[in-house]
Design a protein around this ligand. Sequence first.
Ligand SMILES: NC(=O)c1ccc[n+]([C@@H]2O[C@H](COP(=O)([O-])OP(=O)(O)OC[C@H]3O[C@@H](n4cnc5c(N)ncnc54)[C@H](OP(=O)(O)O)[C@@H]3O)[C@@H](O)[C@H]2O)c1
Length: 291
Amino acid sequence: MYQTIGFIGTGNMGSAIAKAAAKSGQAETILLANRTPAKAAALAAELPGGTLSTNEEIARTAKLIFLGVKPQMMQLVLDPLEPILRKREDRFILVTMAAGLTCDRIQDMVDLDCPVIRIMPNTPVSIGAGMVQYACSENVADSDLQAFLGAFAWAGRFSSIPEFRMDAGSAVSACGPAFADIFLEAMADAAWSVHDHFKGKAAYLNIMKNMSVDCDCCAVAADPKIGDIGILASLDPVALDQACLDLVYASDDPGKADLIERIESLHGVHTVEAAADLGIGTREYELITLD
Ligand SMILES: NC(=O)c1ccc[n+]([C@@H]2O[C@H](COP(=O)([O-])OP(=O)(O)OC[C@H]3O[C@@H](n4cnc5c(N)ncnc54)[C@H](OP(=O)(O)O)[C@@H]3O)[C@@H](O)[C@H]2O)c1
């Protein structure tokens, strides 16, 4: 548990992490400072333990000092804080989220060999669904890191990455969801080619049995957690897939949770959305039960 965590810069990213800090409940006090103080004040009013502060107070007292300003502002922000940090006799850690600034660069900016944790987060941290890559300066002790990761576990997933890969990792985590959607759309494109080739002379069957969260192309698929639902047929493949999705969501089998988690974590519905947009079929349907 940290006595005090401080955020210098409570814009999009700083405030998202501050919210995660509050949810984690691992800090007695969360100090919030921003160039436009009203922004930090509004956040302080919203967060348990949140207190309006100043850059200087945070530099003097916080055990974790989050630097939530734009990279081009960093030197300007750190210059007046350097003498304050230099006077400290207790251990503190600078946490930078600035794109493109290495741990070494942050140490150079404050002209101090203080421990630095570099993170590359995304805004879903504010709802506990973040993906955060991190790297540390050499003087971050394992106990520092474990305390940090423990305190922010609520924010989402943390992944250690060699610092020289941080820029590439940031690009993947920032643009990755868009690439995943392109792949999902490509599957709809491929389905459209087959559907178009048969020009209405194809019928489609979905067999909702032995439903593993894994694709059947997996060498060793996970065991099914949800019971069999049935066999569905339609001339419209989009309506068919939509009906399958709806049946999973409507199921009263508690095992559906794993399947839904897998569908949602991979944005699986997007293939159905894309197929409907391509005009392969419609997401509207009537379900007729045959005995
Ligand atoms: N946004 C993202 O998704 C994301 C993802 C990963 C990393 N990052 C990194 O996070 C950092 C912040 O980005 P952002 O998107 O959150 O930008 P932002 O919304 O513009 O936030 C920056 C904040 O810094 C404040 N600020 C500027 N000068 C200051 C000073 N001297 N003292 C205190 N606060 C000051 C600004 O205050 P005002 O209210 O006065 O403008 C603003 O609230 C950047 O380094 C960026 O690379 C962002």
